[in-house]
Design a protein around this ligand. Structure first.
Ligand code: FA5
Length: 344
């Protein structure tokens, strides 16, 4: 049996050396090393060999198996390195997906450009704020509902000795006092700021998301009036919506502006008939008003000399209201459905 196995090994060495393809090599592997291959047959036959030879036959089979295995591996590497891969240059190339700018970032860029064209300076103020900047300095009553835990996200057990509890800023108006203090520390007495930042509230429905963006305009100068505020709003409406949409100012109440307004735009989805998004034909874009004298004082501006106007609107809302976009649920803007987002 030993002689047969040695002959088998010599034969295998010769045949492996002769083959020219990986397929032929695989056939040889199965022939010699497969479950029912030649070596498996000798292993089965060990039981019939004389007792004194069983061990040496086992060692010989094992050696033969190792030799054939390593010869096959080496030959496979040699074949692969010499056979050139054939490339069909006429096949279409592989499509590689490229990233693109998110619609909200595009809207922010466009809004910034519109205001920068009339001399506003882009600002960004903290997302995590102290109560004083978001509410206290803006004339909010201690019990105002916006401070309620159900509207604003508070950061647990974080409290500033002077500025009160820590929170996720619920509106960009929290940048007003910071901007006024910054201007004062530089000795400036004119402000034209456009603060665009992330804001957070406990809200989620067709027209609300828990995280959204606002853009806040703040202008401070001598001799400003409601006419300047109205002119700025009209300019933005024309530049952003192309002059085709109707806007209305509604009297409203914000603690930090007096008088205060809400600005609505005619709904483009239902053309004013009322729908899931707007309910009655108008969609609220945001608030506006003349800066309250107490707020001017808190920011270091004398209300007997200076006037201010401010407005704060939702970026996602104004984007949705662009003509013919047909977005009837604000939450879809933050969906992860790329085929939907690619439309914009
Ligand atoms: C304010 O936040 C005031 N700070 C606006 C302001 C600034 C008034 C300056 C006067 C002077 P309001 O809570 O209405 O107001 O929010 C303003 C706008 O933000 C809304 O009209 C809407 O466009 C957007 N907005 C508010 N909450 C959400 C939300 N959860 N999801 C998406 N957009 C929202």
């Amino acid at each position: 049996m030993k002689e047969e196995i040695t002959n088998l090994r010599n034969q295998a060495v010769f045949r492996i050396n002769e083959v020219g393809s990986v397929d032929e090599l695989e056939k040889l592997r199965i022939f010699y090393l497969g479950r029912n291959g030649k070596l498996a047959q000798y292993i089965k036959a060990i039981k019939d060999a004389p007792k004194s030879e069983k061990k040496s036959i086992g060692v010989l089979i094992n050696d033969t198996k190792n030799v054939i295995e390593s010869l096959i591996t080496n030959k496979k590497n040699v074949i692969k390195s010499t056979v050139r891969e054939w490339v069909d240059m006429t096949l279409p190339g592989e499509q590689i997906d490229t990233g693109s700018i998110h619609v909200v970032t595009k809207a922010i860029d466009e809004i910034s450009r519109v205001f920068e064209n009339i001399g506003f300076v882009r600002r960004r103020y903290p997302e995590v704020e102290w109560d004083y900047f978001a509410f206290g300095s803006l004339n909010f009553d201690k019990w105002h509902p916006a401070r309620d835990e159900w509207e604003t996200f508070f950061v647990e057990s974080m409290e500033h000795p002077k500025y009160g509890p820590m929170l996720l800023t619920p509106h960009t108006s929290s940048g007003q006092i910071r901007e006024m203090q910054k201007a004062r520390s530089r000795g400036d007495d004119v402000i034209r700021m456009i603060n665009i930042s992330k804001t957070y509230r406990r809200q989620s429905d067709a027209s609300h998301t828990p995280m959204f963006h606002q853009f806040e305009g703040l202008v401070i100068d001598k001799n400003l009036s409601i006419a300047n505020l109205k002119g700025t709003i009209d300019y933005f409406m024309d530049s952003f919506f192309g002059g085709k949409r109707k806007a209305r100012l509604r009297p409203y109440n914000f603690p930090f502006t007096e008088p205060s307004f809400e600005i609505d735009i005619s709904c483009d989805i239902c053309k004013g008939r009322g729908c899931k998004l707007c309910k009655e034909g108008w969609l609220e874009l945001g608030g506006a008003g003349m800066v309250h004298p107490n707020v001017l004082k808190n920011g270091g501006f004398d209300p007997r000399i200076y006037r201010g106007f401010a407005f704060g609107w939702g970026v996602e809302r104004v984007f949705m209201m662009k003509e013919n976009l047909g977005i009837d649920d604000i939450r879809t803007i933050y969906s992860t459905d790329l085929s939907y987002l690619k439309q914009f």
